[in-house]
Design a protein around this ligand. Structure first.
Ligand code: NAP
Length: 341
């Protein structure tokens, strides 16, 4: 097997979108148990922007290649055991990574991470699924365990993970309240039956308390800080606050994550209500069967049109810096996909 020349996007140091630069490299033959993928499409998440600016706890060193999710085509592979029935050159797979590296034209990955795409599913739609939707499953099912018909509060219901939570919550028949502020949020949330709360103009605690005097079964939070206190107060007895990020103070998110995670664990000592932390890159690595089963299920749902990941924009991988700049200017809503020719 030959080395493959390719390009990837590297955050050369921590900083603004301009630190993202294309870098040429060569990919050696895969070791046993690995496949080399030709990347077709990469999902962009808010976490990529945090990491690029040096504000993400799980990515503490530069240079690095951002991105947690991709769809690719198997270029070649070296078996270290029985051959999975779907594995062949040209097979299309989706992947959520445990460490960032997805903004690339080629990548070598262990085979357990590769989940085959249903035949009819297009790579762009599939690339919008892995991180946001697995995170939503982790929050809703692993940690939330909300009974059908329960009431929940979803912060950032207009965002990538928030939209996934809204659709999966709709499928479970939940009564949902969602905070957001972007233009058009009210209408977009209403599509999934989510009652819109404008977090810039309304006190979400007062609105939810008014509608749900007995409290809600779960609060899903990615902001941290005072949101945690208010969210915890809104819980019905037996309810759960699931925290999956601490992004309320840009520039201080890494430190806030350490403090916030400690706080969530301490809050869990209070009787009557639960708190939980969702950390999906860690959960993928520690429970491979859960990861594979979850991604297979979600890709199948996307193929059948049961879930419809909303793609806001599609751009070439090599324009990643411009895409990050546009996202920071809030010019794009919906999921952004980077494509490789
Ligand atoms: N735990 C994990 O494993 C995991 C996995 C994936 C992502 N994450 C984290 O989850 C967070 C969301 O990621 P994403 O990709 O979904 O981001 P996103 O698409 O940028 O969405 C973020 C959302 O947060 C909303 N928001 C901003 N400030 C808010 C506030 N004060 N109150 C309520 N909502 C607010 C925004 O709403 P408007 O634009 O409408 O104002 C937007 O809808 C990020 O911090 C990311 O790092 C964690």
């Amino acid at each position: 097997m030959n080395e493959i020349p390719y390009r990837r996007i590297v955050a050369t140091r921590f900083g603004g979108p301009e630190v993202l630069e294309p870098v040429e490299a060569t990919l050696p033959a895969p070791p046993p148990g690995y496949a080399r993928l030709k990347v077709l499409a990469v999902g962009v998440g808010f976490t990529d922007l945090m990491a690029r600016s040096g504000d993400y706890l799980l990515q503490r060193k530069a240079p690095f290649t951002p991105g947690y999710e991709l769809v690719g085509e198997v270029a070649d592979f070296v078996l270290d055991g029985p051959r999975p029935h779907w594995l062949r050159e040209g097979a299309r797979v989706a992947v959520a990574l445990t460490r960032m590296a997805a903004y690339t034209e080629y990548i070598s990955l262990p085979m357990w991470q590769l989940v085959p795409l249903p035949d009819g599913l297009d790579p762009l739609t599939a690339a919008a699924v892995p991180l946001d939707w697995i995170t939503a499953l982790s929050v809703l099912e692993t940690h939330g365990r909300v009974p059908a018909g329960g009431a929940v509060l979803i912060h950032g219901a207009s965002g990538g993970v928030g939209r996934a939570l809204s659709r999966l919550g709709e499928l479970r028949g939940l009564r949902m309240y969602g905070t957001a502020s972007a233009a058009g949020s009210e209408e977009r949330l209403a599509r999934h039956g989510v009652t819109f709360i404008d977090y810039r103009r309304q006190d979400f605690e007062a609105v939810v308390r008014d509608r749900e005097p007995g409290g809600v079964q779960a609060v899903f939070d990615h902001i941290g800080g005072v949101n945690l206190t208010k969210g915890h107060r809104l819980l019905a007895p037996g309810g759960v606050l699931v925290s999956y990020a601490f992004s309320g103070r840009p520039g201080r998110m890494a430190a806030d994550t350490v403090r916030g995670a400690m706080r969530v664990k301490l809050m869990n000592l209070r009787p009557g209500r639960r708190t939980a932390l969702s950390m999906v890159p860690h959960e993928i690595g520690s429970d491979r069967n859960w990861y594979r089963g979850s991604l297979e299920r979600l890709l199948d749902m996307a193929d059948r049109g049961v879930i419809d990941p909303e793609i806001g924009a599609v751009h070439p991988l090599m324009q990643a810096a411009d895409v990050h700049a546009a996202l920071e200017r809030r010019e794009i809503t919906g999921k952004v996909i980077l494509t490789v020719d």
